[in-house]
Design a protein around this ligand. Structure first.
Ligand code: AHG
Ligand code: MN
Ligand code: MN
Length: 336
């Protein structure tokens, strides 16, 4: 069905109508996130022209150098979310603790019923190279009854998410989101400043011929993983092998390509970091919600990502995500 000129907001409202008891708050929240990301997109696209490249000189909770754009994206999202009045807490990769949204921003609402996790800028090491980077978000309903949100509100199982998505700042700016009713993609038309629907109900191929992993870590991998990667590279016409390797080093870019074309993205644990590098709450969980809605699969290599119990805000997890049959095959090798 050709859904020309369906704006993101129109689509969100249509999704809202599927739930007669919906209050419209989630729709407004998603629109607020989209607005914040349009502002981030402007800065990302101008980054080379204004003094916003490079480092702030600070370090984040992960001991990583913070880029000025990381900080700009974080600040923009926090400001937009605080005034949206729909959140009682915000958690971000760039903030050690979660940010309880105080009553003053709650407006007349007795309580703001959502919490949101953000990776404000994913892949930020690639900014200067003009490689696609992105913002990832994950939204839950609060558990606590009222007032500013709590840590318990922020540490929920991924299968409790009510919405998740990402915005990718690349050759064009695109937004992909799900509220549990399928996965939908939009492209920002800068002339009108609207995200326009370009891909409704995205379904990822069940099987692929592409794998994405940082092979520089090969020597640190578990033996079973090493043999799985060798297996993917071995010639076997019946099994459509060898696979192609595609790895940008920007999770949102690698994930989006694999979502559309099929593929298996892996960031495994290794001898040095047994839980790998990616974070459960604002990288693995939102993408796992999306990939499952698109018919794919996401696991730690052993357990379903959406059932991993979060113990802290920046908890890491191994991640195997993408075409369902490929993830299952990887899990089989890891069980040997
Ligand atoms: P972030 O920029 O939010 O810290 O995320 C970077 C992540 C992710 O984007 C990417 O998949 C991964 O780092 C690449 O890590 P390696 O360079 O170790 O492969
Ligand atoms: Mn990231
Ligand atoms: Mn980041």
């Amino acid at each position: 069905m050709n859904r020309k000129f369906v704006t993101l907001y129109r689509h969100i409202i249509e999704q809202e109508r599927i739930h007669p008891d919906a209050t419209g708050e989630l729709s407004d929240l998603l629109a607020d996130i989209a607005l914040a990301c349009k502002l981030i997109s402007l800065e990302v696209n101008r980054a080379g022209l204004i003094d916003i490249l490079g480092f702030t000189g600070g370090e984040n909770v992960h001991g990583e150098q913070v880029k000025k754009l990381d900080e700009f994206a974080h600040d923009t999202l926090v400001k937009a979310m605080e005034v949206s009045g729909h959140l009682c807490a915000i958690a971000s990769e760039e903030s050690e603790n979660f940010i309880p949204v105080s009553e003053k921003f709650m407006g007349e609402r007795p309580m703001s019923k959502y919490i949101c996790h953000f990776d404000p800028l994913d892949g930020s090491s690639n900014i200067e190279a003009n490689i696609s980077i992105g913002t990832i978000f994950s939204i839950y309903k609060r558990i606590s009854k009222s007032g500013p949100g709590t840590l318990e509100d922020c540490l929920q199982l991924g299968n409790q998410q009510v919405a998740a998505g990402y915005i990718m700042y690349g050759s064009s700016t695109i937004m992909v989101y799900t509220t549990g009713e399928g996965v939908h993609g939009f492209t920002l038309d800068p002339t009108v400043g609207e995200f326009l629907l370009y891909y409704e109900n995205i379904q990822t191929p069940k099987k692929s011929r592409t794998y994405s992993i940082n092979e520089g870590n090969y020597s640190k991998w578990d033996k079973n993983l090493q043999s799985y990667i060798e297996y993917l590279k071995a010639e076997d016409k019946d099994k459509d092998k060898p696979y192609t390797s595609r790895y940008v080093g920007s999770l949102v870019a690698d994930f989006h390509r694999n979502l559309l074309y099929g593929g298996l993205f892996m960031y495994p644990g290794d001898k040095k970091n047994q839980n790998g590098k990616l974070r459960l709450l604002y990288e693995a969980n939102p993408l796992a919600f999306i990939i499952e809605q698109a018919g794919g699969r996401a696991s730690t290599g052993k357990h379903r990502i959406l059932e991993v119990v979060p113990l802290n805000l920046h908890q890491k997890t191994p991640l195997f995500i993408g075409s369902a049959d490929d993830v299952l095959e990887a899990e089989e090798f890891l069980r040997k």
